[in-house]
Design a protein around this ligand. Structure first.
Ligand SMILES: Cc1cc2nc3c(=O)[nH]c(=O)nc-3n(C[C@H](O)[C@H](O)[C@H](O)COP(=O)(O)OP(=O)(O)OC[C@H]3O[C@@H](n4cnc5c(N)ncnc54)[C@H](O)[C@@H]3O)c2cc1C
Length: 259
């Protein structure tokens, strides 16, 4: 039995902690906030779009780049496994338009409760208000983690699941990447993905709140048509948002198209 330390209590950290505990290890989940999974609360506009009921093959059709990277993960733990995992934790799910899966209650907090149930069942120790600020390395091995209050945490194995850098208010500020760099890891440059688009033009502000159904959104670069997506979008106080806009944002950043 190893003493496993997992840093970050988002879905990735909680799942890692539960999996390590199921393998018979003693697991401590460390989180800087005073509650677990803060970002999960705001997912899906507070409803959490847990997964999709479509086939796994269909999932891959919607991944723009490097889909091979996901094969092993998605075939090892499928969308059906995710649904079973959440329902085993006591939260019933429903399927909505587009085969999207949500909690019946429409409350993301119920998804967190499911995770909590699995964490407690598998005796994962949760340590809140514990921000990791430094990683002590000796002979290429992690010796301990230093928390911002000076406390040191040691273990046999460490898993870092501290998220990206989006929505820093939820705790994921990307600061630990500097520590990983010092340890010799190469870090892929962080880019925004699936985000609303800010517009230079000011006139769309007058239309904020207006949803356009089944629109065709086309991206042009140097007057050349790059790609189009069909679906719904909404005008906001800064530009545009909605399903096809989020999809388009991914394309803009993946292809380094700066408008
Ligand atoms: C507005 C919004 C809506 C979304 N809606 C959906 C949706 O409906 N469905 C969906 O599947 N996905 C959705 N997502 C994406 C989803 O939230 C993320 O993919 C997911 O949260 C990533 O999980 P994670 O565990 O990798 O990281 P995170 O959820 O970011 O968790 C990382 C955790 O690590 C902690 N942490 C960071 N640094 C430290 C440190 N130094 N010490 C200790 N703890 C630390 C953070 O506090 C945080 O709790 C949405 C995202 C946003 C922003």
């Amino acid at each position: 039995m190893k003493n496993v330390i997992v840093v970050g209590s988002g879905p990735a950290g909680m799942m890692s902690a539960i999996s390590a505990a199921k393998c018979g290890h003693k697991v401590t989940l460390i989180e800087r906030n005073n509650k677990i999974a803060k970002k999960l609360y705001i997912t899906g506009k507070g409803r959490c779009n847990v997964t999709n009921k479509k086939t796994i093959e269909n999932f891959f059709e919607n991944v723009l780049t490097n889909k091979e990277f996901l094969y092993s993960a998605l075939y090892t733990f499928t969308n059906e496994d995710t649904i079973k995992f959440i329902e085993d934790g006591g939260t019933q799910l429903k399927v909505e338009q587009g085969d999207r899966v949500f909690p019946i209650s429409d409350k993301s907090v119920d998804i967190i409760k499911s995770f909590e149930k699995h964490l407690h069942k598998n005796k994962v120790k949760i340590k809140l208000d514990s921000k990791v600020s430094k990683i002590n390395v000796e002979n290429s091995l992690i010796k301990s983690l230093v928390l911002s209050n000076g406390e040191e945490v040691s273990g046999d194995n460490f898993i870092f699941a501290t998220g990206g850098a989006s929505y820093p208010l939820t705790g994921s500020d990307g600061k630990l990447f500097d520590e990983f760099k010092k340890m010799g890891h190469s870090i892929v440059k962080l880019k925004p993905s699936l985000v609303p688009i800010e517009l230079v033009e000011k006139w769309p502000i007058n239309l904020q709140g207006l949803t356009i159904k089944n629109a065709l959104l086309t991206l042009y670069k140097n007057n050349k048509k790059e790609i189009s997506f069909q679906g719904d979008f909404i005008f906001t106080h800064f530009g545009i948002s909605g399903p096809i806009v989020l999809k388009m944002s991914r394309y803009i950043f993946e292809n380094n198209i700066i408008l």
